[in-house]
Design a protein around this ligand. Structure first.
Ligand code: 5RP
Length: 220
């Protein structure tokens, strides 16, 4: 099965978790775009929907949804999003689409975080995918030096500004043996807005599409 079909399969599996009256957060990326297409078929189950990016908001509106601000929706029942890498501890690397800050806010504000991936995203150790770090523009070179001290190789993302007006450093070749600890340490660097490690608030459920169907993992 090709990767696109697997992403569709994962998106469909997440639809089955939506209870009537749900207040839903929606992530960003190609897997989530398929989820939005599927969501339109069960729009009557959704009582409020909040978007993690301008692009997702645009797609939700095009699918007929009224998109709420988080401030109006309050705490969410469920957050559905993809990932760039996931491991068996439910730790993730996210931010390939640059929406990591708002994604992290929605994950934090949600009772349950369901991550939808195809099996190419499943890894034993996080870090092959360069770690996205959102930084305020004037701090870019300072943060980059701190990344080098942490033995990473930061590469500024070209021609990219986040929805929050910030920049992204993609940090290559990090050895991420303890994701919660690295997330905490990088969060403390002045000028860092968000680290694309989702480990202190990991996923609660991973729905992974494989050639032999969906594998579901539930965090205890
Ligand atoms: C966007 C993200 C995405 O979830 C991640 O990049 C995966 O994207 P895709 O579903 O296109 O593979 O974190 O910021």
């Amino acid at each position: 099965m090709d990767q696109g079909s697997k992403k569709r399969q994962a998106a469909r599996a997440a639809i089955e978790l939506l209870e009537p009256g749900i207040r839903l957060g929606v992530g960003t990326g190609s897997t989530v775009n398929l989820f939005i297409e599927e969501l339109a078929r069960v729009a009557d189950r959704v009582s409020a929907v909040v978007a993690s990016s301008h692009e997702t908001e645009r797609r939700l509106k095009a699918a007929g949804f009224t998109v709420s601000d988080l401030a109006d929706a309050g705490d969410l029942d469920l957050y559905v999003d993809g990932a760039d890498e996931a491991n068996k501890h439910f730790h993730l690397i996210k931010g390939g689409g640059g929406a990591l800050t708002r994604e992290k806010v929605l994950a934090a504000a949600s009772r349950r975080f369901v991550c939808i991936i195809d099996d190419s995203k499943w890894v034993a150790t996080l870090g092959k995918f360069p770690l996205p770090v959102e930084v305020v523009p004037m701090a870019q070179s300072y943060v980059a030096r701190q990344m080098v001290r942490a033995r990473g190789q930061p590469v500024p993302r070209k021609d990219f500004v986040t929805d929050n007006g910030n920049l992204i450093l993609d940090v290559h070749n990090l050895v991420i043996t303890n994701p919660p600890d690295l997330e905490t340490r990088f969060n403390q660097i002045a000028g860092v807005v968000t680290v694309g490690l989702f480990a202190n608030r990991p996923a609660d459920v991973i729905l992974m599409a494989t050639d032999s169907g969906i594998k579901r993992f539930d965090r205890r």
